[in-house]
Design a binder for this molecule. Structure first.
Ligand SMILES: O=C(O)/C=C/c1cccc(O)c1
Length: 586
């Protein structure tokens, strides 16, 4: 018997990217059906690094409490040479986005928390044992035909109709192949053996990258007493040979007194890939996560890059589906995500080239170079603080041209009249970068994370002033149609006063740590338009705000909705009530 059902977004693949995207869309009230070919979630570890940007998204979808127990914050990475001497330490200490910069984690547990989180949404369902056979696309949507296998082995056809389909099925993505999108890059031929055990015999936390020319290796202490090793394989070693338990124990003998006592989770050979899809969207179908990019493990960024995709795409799909924007908005997903994914792939490939050197002379030269570089504190701190990590900085997409932000030229709708900035510390625009997440104080709570205070949609944040007092009525109406929250940030000393004197619709936040004052002091713009994914879409002097807003709305193909409709969107978006994380929680 054939079955049929209707949804808004069909997600193919219940991996972390698909599950996170389903959580975001579920939070925004959209109907989602996830089709997964396997019978259950994958139950062995793959990714081991979870960063602060991902944690911020986990916070947005309200899953910090169930994810956090499966993580180890302050995850340090050390590159050691063949003699065990540390050549490079990567141990960033800042918490700019509200969470520790790096965590190790147990992927199956975190993926499970993302899956369990979907139970909050009646309008989201995950169908296991549903293999997508083909997809038809027409002007109004997509229809996926899945072969569904029941517990007793019966196979039926299930048709799922949606307005968009997102392929999150991993590197071999049938969606990407069906779309005819090329997967550009390289796949180095070097093979690695990964060995995970359940009863870590070493107990030391963190990552050691062993750049030992005799056999490069990795050793990582993970939460819940899991340890991972990775060993580079020589060309003459076959897969059968190196996965043989006796051979694995020989490899481990240099690392563990008694490998025989280990409980193995898996022993598997893999190769690295550095590839990026030429486009992340064609028509009504998109790709995300490993389906859109594959990178070597060295930066611990594979899992995070998929979460970044979901974070970027989720609010855009929700906006288009709710009729607030034309579907051109979805083109900005490729524009914004592709270059950053490529930068992460390139850096990961470069790292791999440093680690996998087996020529002893070349290895000596590398080690000597690192000794010299380590004598320069600035170079040492560049690596320690992870300033080499490419941070997303959008120059095109949903934003007002950053070069216009202080000039009064934003949006080309007002005459070009340069306003010199005489009172700013710098002229560097914050447009296109992620806004920080310090703790703030509200009338109800002290020391809560900024995002918990401002909610999960657009906001306009003004330093030291009320948006209602500095924006004209027309701009306020547009912001209402967008569903944006109006926020005033003041020093904590003024919060009570501001609360009493500002319009009750304005959220007043006390900057008790002084971090937001410093942020605004370091930028020439006291007003920022913040996107739902916490990126700055526009930043300007308050008098330039109307033109900047128009430029942002044009960049996202915004369709004006009536105030009644916009409050309906807001209602749907508040399905998750903010779960606040007070001081000391992270
Ligand atoms: O999170 C990191 O910094 C590194 C993670 C990593 C490094 C090497 C091999 C891996 O499987 C993960």
């Amino acid at each position: 018997m054939d079955t049929y059902h209707d949804t808004d977004v069909v997600i193919v693949g219940a991996g972390p990217t698909g599950l996170m995207l389903a959580n975001i869309l579920g939070m925004y009230g959209q109907r989602v059906t996830v089709l997964e070919a396997m019978s259950s979630l994958i139950d062995y570890p793959r990714g081991v690094g979870l960063d602060d940007e991902s944690f911020r998204t986990i916070q947005t979808v309200g899953l910090v409490d169930t994810v956090r127990p499966h993580t180890s914050p302050q995850h340090i990475m050390r590159l050691v040479n063949g003699a065990g001497k540390v050549m490079l330490v990567n141990n960033p200490q800042t918490e700019e986005f509200g969470w520790e910069r790096k965590h190790s984690f147990i992927q199956p547990e975190v993926d499970r928390a993302l899956y369990d989180g979907l139970a909050r949404f009646d309008h989201v369902q995950v169908l296991f044992d549903h293999r997508v056979e083909y997809v038809e696309e027409d002007a109004g949507g997509v229809t996926a035909l899945a072969l569904a296998t029941s517990a007793d082995g019966q196979v039926t056809q299930h048709r799922v109709r949606g307005r968009y389909l997102v392929g999150c099925e991993g590197g071999k993505s049938p969606t990407r192949k069906r779309l005819g999108v090329t997967f550009e890059g390289e796949s180095p031929s070097t093979r690695w053996l990964v060995v995970d055990v359940n009863n870590d015999p070493l107990g030391t936390p963190n990552v050691f990258l062993g750049a030992d020319p005799r056999r490069p290796y990795v050793s990582i202490g993970l939460p819940h007493a899991v340890r991972r090793w990775e060993f580079m394989l020589h060309d003459d070693e076959t897969e059968d040979q190196v996965t043989d338990p006796a051979y694995v124990n020989e490899l481990l003998a240099a690392h563990v007194p008694n490998p025989a006592g280990l409980e193995f989770i898996r022993r598997r050979v893999f190769t690295h890939h550095g590839r990026v899809a030429s486009n992340f969207r064609r028509g009504r179908q998109l790709v995300a996560g490993d389906a859109a990019h594959l990178m070597p493990v060295w930066m611990g960024q594979g899992w995070n890059s998929g979460i970044r995709d979901a974070t970027n795409l989720g609010w855009k799909l929700a906006t288009v589906l709710s009729g607030q924007a034309g579907d051109d908005l979805l083109d900005t997903y490729t524009t914004e995500r592709k270059d950053h994914a490529k930068a992460m792939v390139d850096l990961s490939l470069t790292f791999g080239n440093v680690i996998r050197i087996t020529n002893p002379v070349a290895a000596l030269a590398r080690d000597a170079t690192s000794s010299i570089l380590n004598r320069f504190p600035q170079i040492k701190s560049y690596f320690a603080e992870m300033r080499f990590k490419p941070m997303p900085r959008y120059t095109q997409g949903v934003l007002a041209d950053p070069s216009d932000c202080t000039s009064g030229r934003a949006g080309a709708t007002i005459t070009s009249r340069l306003i010199p900035v005489r009172t700013a510390n710098t002229t560097v625009s914050p447009v296109g970068v992620q806004f920080p997440q310090p703790r703030v104080t509200t009338g109800d709570a002290s020391g809560i994370l900024l995002d918990d205070a401002i909610g999960n949609w657009w906001s306009v944040i003004v330093w030291g002033n009320s948006p209602k007092d500095v924006l004209p009525l027309d701009a306020l109406r547009k912001l209402d149609a967008l569903g944006a929250r109006l926020v005033a940030v003041v020093p904590e000393t003024q919060r009570e006063w501001a609360h009493q004197h500002m319009d009750p619709d304005v959220l007043v936040l006390g900057d008790h740590s002084g971090r937001l004052k410093k942020w605004f002091d370091d930028r020439p713009t006291p007003l920022v338009f913040l996107r739902p994914d916490r990126f700055v879409a526009g930043a300007c002097l308050t008098q330039n705000a109307p033109a900047t807003l128009d430029a942002i709305l044009a960049s996202m193909s915004f369709v004006k909705t009536s105030p009644t409709e916009s409050s309906q969107h807001r209602h749907r978006r508040s399905l998750i009530t903010a779960h606040t994380h007070t001081e000391g929680t992270p």
